[in-house]
Design a protein around this ligand. Sequence first.
Ligand SMILES: Cc1ncc(COP(=O)(O)O)c(C=O)c1O
Length: 424
Amino acid sequence: MSEPAFLSSLACRCSDPPISWLMRLTLERPELISLAVGFTDDETLPVGEVGALVDELLRDDAGARIALQYGSTEGDPELRKLTLDYVCRQDGLAPGAALSPEDVVITNGSQQLLYLVSEVLCDPGDIVIIEDPTYFVYLGIVEAMGICAAPVPLESDGLSLDGLKQTLQRLKDTGDLRRLKLLNLVTYSQNPTGRTMSFEKKRETLAIVRHYEAAAGHPLFILEDAAYRDLRFEGPDTPSFKSLDPANERVVYANTYSKPFSSGVRLGYGVLPPTLMQHVLRAKGNQDFGSPNFNQRLLALALRTGVYERHLPAMQAGYRRRRDLMRAALERHFPRRVRWQEVRGGMYYWPELPPQTDTSREGPIFRAALDAGVLYVPGDLCFSDSPLRPKPKHCMRLSFGGAPSAQIEEGIRRLGAVMKTVGL
Ligand SMILES: Cc1ncc(COP(=O)(O)O)c(C=O)c1O
């Protein structure tokens, strides 16, 4: 269907984002067991803690007036400082060495930061390297901005370094390296696969990318999307790409308070090189000139009083319980030919069915699953178009974050039964 002539080229490039129809289906058909949406775990939301924080925030008149007023584009000064302290603690860095609160921006979820960074770096036709598969909502940004995605295969411990070298070399050989602007990598309990990129791979990735900068003729940035870092419930944490960028030159570290604290409060943050910060702030100034101040003061209070960090273990234990429920159900109900990798954080499993199977929205499994009252994210939505490979259609993303935990086993049982009806 052709778009009306009055629309902008950006509007014409945009298709209906899958996140919108998936959310719509979930909300319109409450009887569905939704293993699709990445809603945060309802059962461990910090209801009591936030109630007490709101009371405290409004108790003092001057503080309440600040919270109920507009703030600044870059964000609340105390929240920026406490956020930097938190990131530095996680990464074993000394705040003040190279990083200062000036390098931190508070955004409307980390989603806004992904958008702003892509917007200030990319014109239509520019190239972004992404993981194959990747966070499908980022693919919507890619589509809207007319960016060309260069997908690099994902291995169990993160991006394939051979794949990365081949992609960079191919772009160099075809004279396209000048159009490459950034790598967007979801490095912790990745959405959709649950995989975490190893620290060794991060170090090598930076070295490889640096090697190609001369041919590109400009800096090549890493946008590290760490949205699920705080949702790790097993194993040690991995230092970020930012810890490998001591001069704060190449890495944009994007993280969020949505997933670990409250997606209703919906605040994200970024630690950015100064060369990018100025431009991101101009773009954010044009969009909203600042994220909700009330939410920022609330989060600052949660961090200052230790409420945020005290909440983390309960939240992580909640996700571990849900993971255990889904793992047991997968083992019990899924056909043997379906494979999945174990996950130690985040909220997703990524089962791979035999290669000829079709899990797409148009395919028999998705339709039969809907008839059986269960919803999943078709895996093909997480792959960009590429002339170098057909789009894989045999995977599915299953979330253990959103559905009531009592429904997880039943959802997986129904999906397993659907798979058996198509001969798996
Ligand atoms: C990988 C990834 N990045 C970023 C986001 C954005 O989250 P928010 O905008 O709530 O911070 C999400 C949300 O699901 C995500 O899965």
